[in-house]
Design a binder for this molecule. Structure first.
Ligand code: ZN
Length: 375
């Protein structure tokens, strides 16, 4: 009896002396793998990220449910949420027929003549077979018990306009929409639009001036998102997406993402300021825009501000490729603060692996502050 009482007393004493859980903002990280990593290596990596303040992974590991089962188990044991990060419209698979790929304004298919880079093989979102392929693929992964959520990416058309920071890299001046980057003009899209609007879009000199044509394509993406959301929700899992900033300032204009209308559980705008030749304060502007648009659409879902981290801060000014730009340690606090002050529910790092020791130190200070949303 005495012994039991002492045990109880010591437990009470321990509880009252242990430090209260410190406040921290929610943090996610985009991460790829597992490659050849062993279970122990993954466990060490995930435990390290958890200790640094990461709450959940957006994990890209292909399309095999077994991979997510294995990696997800280790992530859950490390105390992390596990979201599977899998591209949507950008697909290569022998099951997919060439005629299901998107076609540009010059009649070229993304299957054999992709825009910008060889991996830009985008499907047409207006093909039922494409939806069926995606529903099956995401559905199988959503059934894995270790998976908390499906994270969509490339859920869009190819960029009809690239971010300003990328124009030099591709030797382009994208001050308007050019037909070689404008999708989709496949027979099905052209016919369906004609039936809906009475407009033969192929006979229009400047399709970028036709508002209904823009809306038609926003709706194609929105429909596929909402149908996939239904599939995933029926399996009892969450679904969210990486999106372009905005939606009005960038996402709708460049990739036809009207994401404030998407029936998801969260959005993760890629507020990658360097791609738009903007400073870290801009992250706050686009966060506010996104939160305002979601509220206006009556779509009360959390927005996590995606931050692009510079992997080699000391070389940033000499780097020509914007893929190697991003937030340097001295900018990380600003980007986090302006995200939270403008209504973000948290942040997401692209990527934890690009963070330097100095970056982690700035990050650690910034995520443990309490922020008030500015009016
Ligand atoms: Zn099409």
């Amino acid at each position: 009896m005495m012994k039991n009482l002492l045990t109880i007393l010591s437990v009470i004493l321990f509880l009252s002396c242990s430090k209260p859980q410190e406040y921290k903002i929610p943090v996610y990280g985009w991460l790829g793998g597992p490659g050849t990593s062993t279970d122990q290596e993954l466990k060490d990596q995930f435990t390290d990220l958890k200790n640094k303040g990461i709450d959940g992974l957006m994990y890209n590991g292909g399309q095999d449910p077994e991979t997510y089962q294995r990696v997800g188990k280790i992530a859950k044991e490390a105390g992390l949420e596990f979201h599977t990060w899998i591209p949507t419209m950008n697909q290569v698979n022998p099951k997919l027929k060439p005629e299901w790929y998107a076609v540009n304004g010059k009649g070229e298919s993304a299957f054999d003549k992709p825009a910008y880079v060889s991996y830009y093989k985008f499907l047409c979102p207006n093909r039922e077979e494409v939806y069926q392929f995606l529903a099956e693929m995401y559905g199988a992964i959503a059934e894995v018990p270790e998976v908390d959520a499906i994270h969509l990416d490339y859920i869009r058309f190819p960029d009809v306009i690239l971010g300003k920071g990328l124009w030099d890299k591709y030797g382009l001046v994208m001050d308007r929409e050019f037909p070689e980057y404008d999708y989709c003009y496949c027979d099905k899209c052209v016919d369906d639009f004609k039936e809906k609007s009475g407009i033969d879009i192929k006979s229009v000199e400047d399709p970028s001036q036709i508002q209904e044509w823009k809306q038609f394509r926003y709706d194609l993406i929105t429909n596929i998102v909402n149908r996939l959301a239904k599939v995933v929700h029926e399996k009892g899992k969450l679904i969210n997406a990486a999106v372009f900033p905005g939606p009005n300032s960038v996402a709708k204009k460049t990739t036809r993402q009207e994401w404030d209308k998407w029936e998801l559980d969260a959005v993760f705008p890629m507020n990658y300021n360097d791609f738009y030749l903007e400073g870290p304060e801009w992250v706050g502007d686009v966060t506010k825009e996104g939160v305002t648009a979601l509220t206006a659409s009556g779509n009360k879902i959390p927005l996590y501000s995606g931050l692009f981290i510079c992997p080699n801060p000391e070389n940033k000014t000499q780097e020509n490729d914007p893929e190697n730009h991003g937030l340097i340690p001295g900018e990380i606090e600003t980007a986090i603060r302006v995200s939270m002050e403008n209504g973000a529910a948290g942040i997401c790092l692209f990527t934890p692996g690009r963070m330097t020791e100095a970056g982690w130190a700035e990050f650690d200070k910034a995520i443990r502050k309490e922020y008030s949303v500015l009016p």
